[in-house]
Design a protein around this ligand. Structure first.
Ligand code: BGC
Length: 745
């Protein structure tokens, strides 16, 4: 994606924190390979084994999820890794002072690659300051199943959106001498029975959808680390799957980095894993014979024995080691090893966290311009529920807030007590079911922004009391939360209540919204959510703003959007269905281990388009406080088959705003594809009344299908339609078409 112009905002973002970074340049591939080969020749068998597994849980001197000790006699530095989905954290970096950004799903809703780059960069600076050379952020499994509890850690349902944003984030991270990770490879699309479920997917669907974001992250982003997943893919554990790890990732895509296992139970057999292409086992241990969390590790004594007996050739072990070493050299970790005890530029980081939150919020409904609120008015505003007096919600598990909350009592890290402090979730009961909140109070932020208004808070527990307060106010803002986590799936997309989420909800959120809306002049709903939400109450409220998990600066960001300092510009990275009965997978089975991708290519919006199902809110949808008009579409095809779609975008409203102009392609009928796919977009800022001509280049790869006979990408011959608009279901999309002769790619 290229921006039509670099906005002042973008320039400001890119310059945040530059002064503090002194990154070493990337080594050339040749230099990295040569250094790795020299070291491999000098290493003993034990030293090689040491580099292909983590040293175990809790061993790292700087905390984090993994630690591989260095080899000082050769000048090879140790490597510590930490979870970093939305900020350095996870379960093992307590109280680190690291910045927690809006969740990756929110980043995806910004549709802004420059912002993704800045996000990856800042998290890398903080990883280094805390002593980590590798970040485990970067989940890009597709939101095939929106009830997946990790949807918030991923980047939505479209492979190109997820892939290109991940590539930008990866570059931002690796440019700071930190290895980036993409995970969980592959088709790890729900958490129920996560260690044993078997994703059954046909080859074309796998290539065009589940694997495509990873292919883009490898080829365009140059990612150094790929974490394989817990689940089985077509009957074989992903981390022991040769088609996935060797044939596709390494041989076909040319991946030169390390394949790292997911933690706990991703590997169940040493030799098949190594020979399938797994390069590093995590978290590893000092003794493969010990049972930790119910499982063995394999890449210490057992791997050594397999090498000594010849079951694993030394050349394969050397390849595993060389991959790790060349990655350390290539991305400057050897030249510039991270040191714990560094400083984090907290104000720059917080400013970026706030920008991401502001750009990611999606305005879903705004009846009769209920928003923005007037910050200068002497009005009465009541905030209701969602703990909006003290904080904003974060997701759970390793990609969550950085705090694993037992939630017994409020703390500085989590201002909200859990209702069932001992509740645990998942098969292994390793995680608590307690939500964490960041201390970023919407109430305080709103009061600061609108000092003439009378702003108060009532909790939502007593719907009648909340409705009475709403009746007396000019505006009622209900904060509705949907907590999700690793190791669980949502029972439903309805807003959770005391029955469906007893650890975190004491009341029925839907009933609260209805009760408030019945009495209030103007009801605004703010969602803090990790996935799609169904809204049977939608017609009763005036406005809905989706804030996702908005990170540590969520309160101020909400104030700036609701009071109109920031014009919302986020667009949905996943479809919101009207009802769960509209989903391709009607329910997540708790008995069958087979997860059959019966919908094939009709994943995400492709399903709703192909089946002519009206979604509640379509993929790519999002309103603004201004209006945009599209006109004058043209397409041009060059000799290489590269299509450029151009059009004029005009801000026809009365305030500045940013629009995500999206291009969707309809492939020739003979291709057998769903009606449309996203092939490009640009996020453009325009002052009121201004128009701009926009060109969007579409590489042939974006129009390709996977040929299951030749096992190659193919550009089908025939007539291509292009549709341009502000959503995948724009009311008046612009249409154009072109003919392509077709070819193998
Ligand atoms: C998760 C990974 C995470 C790892 C280390 C696993 O359970 O699936 O995403 O990086 O734990 O915390």
């Amino acid at each position: 994606m290229h921006y039509a112009r670099l906005s002042l905002l973008t320039l400001a973002l890119l310059s945040i924190g530059f002064g503090s970074a002194h990154a070493a340049p990337f080594a050339t591939d040749a230099a990295a390979d040569a250094q790795a080969a020299t070291w491999v020749r000098q290493m003993t068998l034990d030293e090689k084994i040491q580099l292909v597994h983590g040293a175990g849980m809790g061993v790292s001197p700087v905390g984090g999820a993994s630690y591989i000790p260095g080899i000082p006699r050769l000048g090879i530095p140790a490597l510590a890794s930490a979870d970093s989905a939305g900020g350095v954290g996870g379960l093992n970096v307590p109280d680190s002072k690291a910045t927690q950004f809006p969740a990756p799903l929110a980043l995806a809703a910004s549709w802004n690659p420059e912002l993704a780059h800045a996000y990856g960069r800042q998290i890398a600076l903080e990883l280094r300051a805390l002593g980590f050379g590798e970040g485990l952020g970067g989940g890009i499994d597709l939101a095939r199943e929106p009830r997946n509890g990790r949807t918030f850690e991923y980047m939505g349902e479209d492979p190109v959106l997820a892939g290109l944003l991940s590539a930008a984030r990866t570059r931002g991270t690796q440019e700071q001498n930190v290895i980036a990770t993409v995970k969980h490879f592959a088709a790890n699309d729900q958490e129920t029975k996560r260690f044993t479920s078997n994703s059954i997917i046909d080859e074309r669907t796998l290539r065009e959808l589940s694997l495509l974001p990873f292919e883009i992250a490898v080829k365009d982003g140059g990612v150094g680390n790929v974490m394989c997943s817990y689940n089985l893919l077509n009957g074989i554990k992903a981390c022991q799957n040769p088609y996935l790890l060797t044939d596709t990732l390494k041989n076909e895509w040319g991946f030169k980095g390390t394949v790292q296992s997911d933690w706990i139970a991703a590997v169940n057999d040493t030799v098949p894993a190594v020979m399938a292409g797994l390069d590093e086992e995590e978290p590893g241990s000092s003794d493969d014979n010990a049972v930790i969390y119910g499982v063995h590790s394999h890449f210490n004594q057992w791997l050594k024995a397999a090498v000594q007996s010849g079951q694993v050739p030394m050349s394969r072990l050397d390849d595993m080691v060389a991959r790790k070493l060349r990655t350390l050299v290539k991305f400057g970790i050897v030249a510039n090893p991270p040191k714990a005890g560094g400083t984090i530029d907290v104000s720059a980081a917080r400013a970026l966290a706030q920008k991401v939150a502001e750009q990611s919020m999606v305005l879903l409904k705004n009846h009769q311009a209920a928003l923005p609120l007037d910050p200068g008015a002497a009005q009465t505003i009541v905030l209701i529920g969602g703990h909006a007096d003290v904080g904003v919600m974060a997701g759970g598990g390793s990609g969550g807030s950085g705090v694993q909350s037992s939630g017994a009592a409020p703390s500085a890290n989590n201002p909200v007590a859990c209702l069932e402090p001992k509740s645990s979730i998942g098969d292994m009961h390793m995680m608590t079911g307690c939500a964490t909140y960041f201390t970023s109070s919407p109430l305080a932020a709103f009061k600061a922004r609108a000092p003439k208004a009378n702003i108060s808070y009532v909790d939502g527990h007593d719907a009648a009391a909340a409705a009475n307060a709403a009746a007396k106010a000019d505006v009622a803002i209900v904060f509705a939360t949907q907590w999700t986590s690793e190791d669980m799936d949502l029972p439903s997309l309805a807003l959770p209540n005391a029955k469906t989420d007893p650890a975190n909800q004491s009341y029925d959120q839907e009933a609260l919204i209805r009760a408030v809306a019945a009495k209030s002049k103007r009801t605004i709903v703010v969602l803090e959510n990790g996935s799609a939400v169904t809204m049977p109450w939608l017609t009763q409220v005036s406005a809905v703003l989706d804030a996702w998990y908005p990170g540590m600066e969520g309160g101020p960001a909400l104030a700036r959007v609701l009071f109109g300092d920031v014009n919302p510009s986020g667009k949905l990275p996943l479809t919101f269905p009207k009802a769960e009965t509209d989903l391709p997978q009607k329910q997540i089975s708790t008995t069958s281990l087979d997860v059959v991708y019966k919908e094939g290519l009709q994943m995400g919006y492709r399903w709703y388009d192909a089946r002519k199902i009206e979604p509640l809110f379509a993929f790519g949808y999002g309103l603004s406080y201004t209006r945009f008009a599209y006109s004058g579409i043209k397409s041009h095809t060059d000799a290489q088959g590269r299509v450029t779609v151009s059009f004029t975008l005009k801000n026809t409203g009365d305030r500045a705003g940013a629009e995500v102009a999206q291009v969707y392609a309809a492939l020739p009928a003979s291709a057998g594809e769903p009606p449309k796919r996203l092939v490009g977009w640009k996020k453009v800022e325009l002052a009121a009344g201004l128009a701009q001509r926009i060109d969007i280049d579409i590489a042939p790869q974006r129009l390709a299908i996977w040929n299951v006979h030749t096992h190659q990408w193919q550009l089908p011959a025939g007539r291509y339609g292009f549709e341009v608009g502000g959503s995948s279901r724009a009311v008046e999309p612009l249409l154009t078409e072109t003919r392509l002769t077709g070819s193998m790619l």
